[in-house]
Design a binder for this molecule. Sequence first.
Ligand code: FAD
Length: 463
Amino acid sequence: MSSPPLPHLALIGAGITSLTLSIRLSALAIPHTIYEQSASLTELGAGLGFGPNAVRALEYIDPRLVEIFNKTATFVGTPSHQGKELLVQEGKGVDERVWIEFLDGTKQGRGETLEPEFVITAGNGRGHAAVHRGQWLDVLGGLADKERIMFGKRVVDVVCLDGKMRIVFADGTDAGADGVVGCDGVKSKVREVLMGMLGDGRERGKCGYSGKYAYRCLVPWGKAVEAVGDDRAGVSSLWMGLNRHLLTFPVHRQSEQFLNLVAFVTDEDGQMWPQEGPASLTLPATKADALRDFEQAGFSGSVRRLLEMTKERMDKWGLYDVADRPLSKFYFGRIMVIGDAAHASTPHHGSGAGFCMEDIAVLGALFEESIAHQSLTVETLEDVFAAFDCQRRERDQWLVKSSRRAADLYQWRIPDFLEPNSFEKMKADIEQRQEHCWGFDVEAAVREAKKHMSERLTLHTQS
Ligand SMILES: Cc1cc2nc3c(=O)[nH]c(=O)nc-3n(C[C@H](O)[C@H](O)[C@H](O)COP(=O)(O)OP(=O)(O)OC[C@H]3O[C@@H](n4cnc5c(N)ncnc54)[C@H](O)[C@@H]3O)c2cc1C
C-alpha cells in the first residue's frame, strides 16, 4: 500500500531560521515553499555569536553545518582557520574557554587599569565563537534549494479556508499550503495572526519595545587594535556601567577581520521608539550620538577610543522582544511559529539564533519520526506542532525574560547587585544563566518531544 502524500508546508520569511529549517526539510523530502518579503537574501554585516548549545543543535540538524561553521567562525583565543595572523597568537596565554571578559567601563576615567572584574568561561573548550551574519546567510543559501524561495512576497494574512491554509500577500496574490510555519522574525505577521486565532487579539502579537537600543558596527581590525591593543581586541569584552554597556568581539568575513561592536543604551524616557510594532527597527544615528550617550554615563578610556573608531554615520537599533506579550501556544491547528517569530528576544545572552537552531533540531526530529512511522499527513501536522510547542515553549520564553534581566545586570540596574563585592555575585548569576543557555541536551529534548507526539497520536487512534 502506498503512503499518503506528505503535506506541503509554507515557510514565511527567509532568514537564518527558515533557511536552516528548509535544509532539514529537504533532507527529509518534505515539500515546502519559502515566501520572503525582500527581493533577495539579506542580513546585516555584523557578528553573530554561537554558543555550545547552538553548535550541538547544528550538528544534529546537518553535520555539514558544523563543518562549515568550524571553517568560517572566529574563535576567540584560538588561532582561526582564516585571518590567523590577525587573531590572538598562540602562546599569549589566552584561555580558549573564555566567553566574555567583563570590565568596569567607568574605571579608566579614574586612572585605573584594564583588568577584567570577572571572566565567564564556557565549558566546551571553545569560549566565544562568532560568524559574520551575511557570510553565514550565504552559507545557508548555498545549501538550501533556492528554487523553493519566492522573493518579493510580503505576507499580510493567513486564513484557513475549506480546510486549506491560504497565505495572502501584499501584492494582492495568495497561495495555498497544508501547513504554515512562521519564520518571519521579530516583527512576525504570522505571530499576530496566531495570537488572533488563540483568542488574545492580533494586536497583542506585535513585538514590544524593551526600553533599550543599540549602536552596531564593524570596526576595521587595524583601528580596533589602535584603540585597545591586540590582546583586548582579540578577546570578547563587555564594558559595564550605569544604564549602558558595550560589547566587542572579533569576527571576520572571508579574510577580512573586524571587531564587532555593539553599544547598548537604556532609553530612560522610553520615548525613542514606539512601544509596539515599529515601522522600522532602525533610526539614523551618528558617532557623536554614541559618544554622547556613553560619556554622559561616565565611560572613557577604551570605550571612548573604540567609539571614536566607528563611522561618522551608523544606525541605532530599537531592541524589541515579546517579554510582555508571550504566546500561550506556538501553534493553532496547522499554523505555527518558530525562531524569533515565536520568541523574539533581546540579545543579551548572545543566544537568540542558538535557540532558533534548537527549535529546528526538535521540529526536524519530529518530522523525521512521523515519516518513519508513515504518519506524517495533513491530519497529523497539528500533532507535530503541538509536540514542538510542548517541548520548546517554556525554554524559549525563559530566554526572552532572562535576557532582559541580564542586560539590567550588565547595566547596574538591579539594586541587589550594587553592594561592595557585587561583581562576584553578578558573576555567579550570569554564569548560572549562561549555563542554562549552553546546557541544552539535544537528545533528551528530542526524546521528550517524540514522547509528547506519540501520546497525542495514540489518543487520536483510540478516539
Ligand atoms: C543586536 C543583536 C545582536 C544579536 N546577537 C546575537 C548573537 O550573538 N547570537 C545569537 O544567537 N543571536 C543573536 N541575536 C538574535 C538573532 O539575530 C536572531 O535570533 C535571529 O537572527 C533570528 O532569526 P530568524 O530567521 O528567526 O529571524 P530573522 O533573521 O529576522 O528573519 C526573518 C525573515 O522573515 C522576513 N519577513 C518578515 N516579515 C515578513 C512577512 N510579513 N512576509 C514575508 N517575509 C517576512 C524578513 O525579511 C527576514 O528575512 C542578536 C540580535 C540582535 C538584535
